[in-house]
Design a protein around this ligand. Sequence first.
Ligand code: NAD
Length: 501
Amino acid sequence: MKSVRHWIGGALTGGDGRTGEVFNPATGEVSGHVALASAEEVDAAVAAAVAAFPAWRDASLTKRTQVLFRFRELMVAHRDELAALISAEHGKVHSDALGEVARGLEVVEFACGIPHLLKGGFSEGVSTRVDSYSIRQPLGVVAGVTPFNFPAMVPMWMFPIAIACGNAFVLKPSERDPSASLLMARLWQEAGLPDGVFNVVQGDKVAVDRLLEHPDVRAVSFVGSTPIARYVYETGTAHGKRVQALGGAKNHMLVLPDADLDLVADSAVSAGFGSAGERCMAISVVLAVDPVGDELVEKIKERVAKLVIGPGDDPEAEMGPLVTRQHRDKVASYLDLGVEEGAKLVVDGRESALLGGGKASEAPGFWLGPTVLDHVPAGSRVHTEEIFGPVLSIVRVPSYEEGVRIINDGEYGNGTAIFTNDGGAARRFQNEVEVGMIGINVPIPVPMAFYSFGGWKASLFGDTHVHGAEGVHFYTRGKVVTSRWLDPSHGGVNLGFPTNG
Ligand code: NAD
């Protein structure tokens, strides 16, 4: 039985106080215990980061970049090990876990360009013999609080850039799948990152609250559900911190009648059921513009019938279990609710056959197969609430306009996609839709590391998206220097406000 501890100042610590259970979602068994930090343990992590910050801030850009390159190489060398840890605690299949490591590594690669990203502007001669230039400097100690669904990628949205900019970082990973954080910490150390620049505190609300209140924490990046994102934003900013808090999602795919329905069906099934629907960019609602609904649902059903459901470490499996029993039961409760609300249950994931025998609802472990609800009424709870599981809702709509109205009436604005062969319609969609990340014939439009990731409305609190240029901006603050080197002809006392001349 493993014991998952904190990583503070370059060493494993803690684990003798409160703990939480870590499960193997495929079997339902407890596989280990995770330390749940006390406020004092959080203070120790922040103190280690405070102590490490000045030397790291002063390390040259070349030195920082060399550490980042080494970290990148070590992560590549250990990606299978990392994926196995993720799969064992989250439940997602190994290939999918490798995918999240790869997408996280793109941010490390982006951060390897930090010497270029931190370049300021320089204007010679803004006034007589006066030059002006801008620089960006690290904030100090910054913290990241992350969700269960991407235990490697989401922390990597944050810490490569924060550290490359010269900050010290404290990560509070999800207590559901905490082990990936410790492997990444060890690899940072091996890469030559000074101890204390990257710390991990395992824990729950107690740890998060202390980070939000701690006077030495300058900024907090959060990714998780909307109620907690709102709370983190309000509490962190009330304590004078910079906060970016990414929340939940309910992503729609709008299918116009001219779309290629085979591509649409492949995309809807991939984006709806990959990682068992536990992705903030999963497609959970298909808006089928009349008359394509019946044909599309048939195509989706054919594909769902072929999906292989099984444990994450079985190479044949395409979709694994859900993360916990409680979450599995909550997701499953939407099946009956959907029927009560007037939807038609066309594929029932409780009946799905599992690799190795048995059906989802009877197997030990947290299983629910892919589920399709058709004729879901727009505005019903199944349509509007974030379910975060393998439940795909089909809403029939009469027109493009009605589809866009439904998307824009939604609480969330994380991702959306349009499927069409009409460039004009796609262009109109990207302009009219109130969502942060948009796919055009692409179902999961997660931006590359050199763009920034973030939604609108209840999917983001604060105004800064993660990674890309906005990430660099978030983890630094600007200075503008106006400089004059005196020469013999300087003008003497002048009480007027400085103007150009
Ligand atoms: P969650 O909100 O339950 O937990 C996220 C983090 O907050 C965890 O580290 C957790 O320990 C902490 N936390 C939980 N309750 C808290 C409380 N009361 N006070 C302080 N901290 C608390 O989210 P989750 O279930 O781990 O992840 C799934 C959610 O994350 C979904 O809603 C999903 O849409 C969202 N998500 C969003 C994005 C995005 O980019 N917008 C990306 C991934 C996941």
